[in-house]
Every structure is written in C-alpha cells, then in structure tokens.
Design a protein around this ligand. Structure first.
Ligand SMILES: NC(=O)c1ccc[n+]([C@@H]2O[C@H](COP(=O)([O-])OP(=O)(O)OC[C@H]3O[C@@H](n4cnc5c(N)ncnc54)[C@H](OP(=O)(O)O)[C@@H]3O)[C@@H](O)[C@H]2O)c1
Length: 291
C-alpha cells in the first residue's frame, strides 16, 4: 500500500512512519522542511505548507490511504508557532482532505483528541472536532481520539528537576495517557486495514495529575514537591496572552481545563508512564541534556 503521512516529523507521526514501513507500506511524507524528514527513511518527501491549498496540489495522487496527525504544536514553547489551532489544524487538514478526496483516496485517518463535553468548546478541541466531522462525513474516514501522549508529558521531567512542579487545581483529576508507540500501532492498523470509524484511546494506567508529577520527580531522583496554581490565575494568564500569542493562550487554557477534569479513555495502550519517563530520561542523558 502507498500511504501519505501528514505530520510525519512530529512525535506521533515518526512512530507511525516506522510502523507503516515495518509492515511493508510505501510511505510518502509531507513536511514544511525537508531536513526535518530526512532521517525518517520514507520513500518520498514532499515539501509544502498544507494551510495553503496550492502547495499540496497533487500530493495524494497514486496514494491508497492518508494518515494525518498534522497539527499545531502542543509544546508550551512560544517559539513553536503563534497561530491558534483553528488557524492551522482546520485549514491544513481540510485542504488535505479535499486533495485526498479529489484524488480518489479510499481511506483517510485523522488524529483528533479525547474530549469530554465540558472541554469541547475550548479552541484546541473545537479545531480538532471540526476536522473530525469533515473526515467522518465522507466514506473511508476514520478518527482516533487519544488522551495525552507520553511524549507530551516529558516536560514534567524538567519541571521535576527544577522543582516544585506546578499543578493546576488540587491535582486529583485523573487520566490515562498513552505511549506514542501504542497509539501508533492502532494508527498503522487502521490506516492499512481499516477498523472502527471512531476510536477513543487511552493508556494502561489511570493516574491523577499529582501522581504523574510525582512519578516524574521519582524518575529524576528529586523529592515530590508541588506548587498549586489556582485555576483562576491560569485562566487570567490565558486571557492576557490572547492578543499577544493566540497559540500560547489556547494552550494554557487547554492545559488548565484538562488538568481539572477526569479524562479517562478506553484502555488500549500497554506501556506504563514510569517506563516512558525512564526511557525519556535516558534519551536526554544520552543527548547530553540533564533530565
Ligand atoms: N501530544 C499529545 O499529547 C496529543 C494528545 C492528543 C491529540 N494530539 C494531537 O495529535 C496530533 C499530533 O501530535 P504530536 O504531538 O505528534 O504533534 P507535533 O509533534 O507537534 O507534530 C506536528 C506535525 O504537524 C506538522 N505540521 C504542522 N503544521 C503544518 C502545516 N501547516 N503543513 C504541513 N505540516 C504541518 C509538522 O510538520 P513539519 O513541522 O515537519 O512541517 C509536524 O510533523 C496533533 O494534532 C495533536 O493536537 C496530541
């Protein structure tokens, strides 16, 4: 099978590329910067910003399936881009979907995010769900809704080293984050063989926010010390950031609200967060970073 992977250079995308190639698929990747995709080993690299329809014209020609985890970064780093999720994820994925449908691609698999009714109005989820609706409106559309990836939680290791780890609210809200590789395995299977049209996916363990922060402290060998951040302070910060940096504003609001609610998805992953943190800490040491 020939598969186009959009978002291939990201945390999840690179695992999906590996998995697809291990199953013998021929992979074409989309990136805005060819250098970022150089180490992926994909058969073809196409360069283009999917927000601009003309830059991705013909990108799906000859392709059997598209897998998209293309999205604005969820890193809490202002340099990762200022545009909000609605201004990146929505136009980029709708353009890709349109190009795929016009090329007659039979399957389109999109990664949204696990959402509960109280958070669906947040800019981050609203953008993902707008794309999900469009994907599901056509034949051959599949949507995956995962909880947080282990890769997105590794900043806890740095926070734990610096200590105390900030926690929004009382830290008791629970979730079951998922290992990127466990999620990639489902993504690969769905892309190559189909499956349920909608899947919510979580990891092996249900942990409170405080337990997640505590695990990070244990892994870097620091005492479990936390700093409670009142939700109103975080919300006020998000409001102040809105005109200055829409992405950071949306991300702070997202991080605040998801930290206050239980987000427990059906268990699919098998790996534990402790193992994920330990692996990340070892990688960082090997790279010469501290945590
Ligand atoms: N991380 C989590 O915990 C989590 C949880 C649930 C859902 N999700 C969602 O899952 C998806 C993947 O997450 P991730 O953490 O793997 O993301 P990531 O590491 O930030 O990667 C994002 C990818 O999107 C691509 N991209 C962004 N804008 C683009 C554009 N305009 N044109 C073409 N490509 C573009 C980037 O490619 P280039 O930079 O190479 O162009 C990159 O490969 C996102 O939509 C995210 O919101 C994430």
């Amino acid at each position: 099978m020939k598969v186009l992977v959009a978002g291939a250079t990201g945390m999840l995308g690179r695992e999906v590329v590996k998995g697809l190639m291990a199953e013998g698929a021929e992979v074409r990747v989309l990136t805005r910067d060819a250098e970022r995709a150089a180490g992926l080993g994909a058969a073809e690299i196409r360069v283009g910003d999917a927000r601009k329809r003309t830059r991705i014209e013909g990108i799906c020609d000859g392709v059997d399936a598209v897998f998209s985890c293309l999205g604005a970064s969820v890193a809490l780093r202002p340099s990762a881009g200022w545009r909000g999720y609605g201004a990146v994820d929505v136009p980029a994925n709708l353009n890709l979907l349109d190009v795929a449908r016009r090329a007659g691609v039979g399957r389109f698999v999109y990664v949204s995010a696990f959402v509960v009714p109280e958070t669906i109005g947040l800019a981050y989820f609203a953008a993902h769900e707008e794309v999900a609706r469009a994907v599901l409106a056509g034949e051959g559309g599949h949507v995956l809704r995962p909880t947080a990836f282990f890769s997105a939680l590794t900043p806890y290791l740095d926070m734990a080293r610096r200590g105390p780890v900030p926690i929004f609210g009382d830290g008791r809200a629970r979730s079951n984050p998922i290992d990127d590789r466990d999620l990639a395995a489902v993504a690969v299977a769905t892309t190559l063989r189909g499956g349920p049209r909608e899947q919510s996916l979580g990891g092996a363990e249900v942990l409170s926010r405080e337990e997640i922060a505590g695990l990070a402290c244990d892994v870097v060998g620091r005492p479990r010390r936390f700093r409670r951040v009142a939700p109103w302070i975080a919300r006020a910060g998000a409001t102040m950031l809105r005109p200055l940096h829409p992405r950071m504003s949306q991300l702070v609001r997202f991080a605040t609200e998801v930290s206050l609610r239980d987000l427990v998805a059906p268990q699919v992953g098998t790996r534990t967060l402790r193992d994920g943190f330990e692996e990340a800490a070892r990688r960082r040491q090997a790279d010469g970073r501290t945590a």
